[in-house]
Design a protein around this ligand. Structure first.
Ligand code: GRF
Length: 200
């Protein structure tokens, strides 16, 4: 018989296809998994992941960044209010392609996770797969880390490695890493919650 768990309410921020979000939604559907998806927010109203989340029965919100112009923090205040309204306890960035201001990183300090497609501290930022190939790396991978004020920094919670194979294109490598991302994010969130919310 599976143990019943008190599920921690997770908010997921996306900007695109949301395949990592999907991996988290699928994990949260398992009765013994210690989290549920309380809300999915996209800064892009046409993000494919929003429809995927809706189909899975998750509450969704599009909070378009464009009306806020250069005022990133004003956009984040609306996101923060929506997360709190939904009773979110932990935030997972999953392909959320906006730089965060100190407002949001401080508001969720120690409670916001990100997935990055490299073995940090190698290759923060974009085009990580191209850069790993160009640098002649034999190993590449992905990292789950706590979000701090600096982009793609913050304490590492988990990493997974893949081999870089001779002749790999960036797309080949991205596909190999993505498979690991989908395994690693739910696993790292599970461990994070069991460590930080022992009552779950
Ligand atoms: C992933 O590679 C993730 O590591 C990075 O952006 C990509 C998002 O993909 N942060 P998806 O939207 O989760 O499919």
């Amino acid at each position: 018989m599976s143990r019943s768990v008190k599920k921690i309410r997770v908010g997921i921020l996306i900007s695109g296809r949301g395949s990592n979000m999907t991996a988290l939604i699928e994990a949260c559907a398992r009765p013994e998994y210690p989290a549920s998806v309380a809300l999915v927010i996209s800064n892009k109203p046409d993000a494919a992941g929003l429809e995927v989340a809706r189909q899975a029965g998750c509450p969704t919100l599009a909070i378009d960044h464009r009306p806020f112009g250069k005022d990133r923090a004003a956009h984040e205040h609306v996101i923060d209010a929506a997360l709190r309204e939904a009773g979110v306890q932990v935030v997972c960035l999953a392909g959320y392609m906006r730089l965060l201001t100190p407002f949001l990183t401080q508001a969720w300090s120690g409670r916001m996770l990100n997935i990055h497609p490299s073995l940090l501290p190698d290759f923060p930022g974009l085009h990580t797969h191209e850069r790993a190939i160009e640098a002649g790396k034999r190993q590449h991978g992905c990292t789950i880390h706590l979000v701090t004020e600096e982009m793609d920094e913050g304490p590492v919670l988990a990493q997974a490695s893949v081999n870089v194979l001779p002749g790999d294109t960036p797309d080949d490598l991205a596909a190999r890493v993505l498979k690991e991302e989908h395994r690693l994010y739910p696993e790292a969130l599970d461990t994070f919650i069991r460590t930080h919310f022992p009552e779950s």
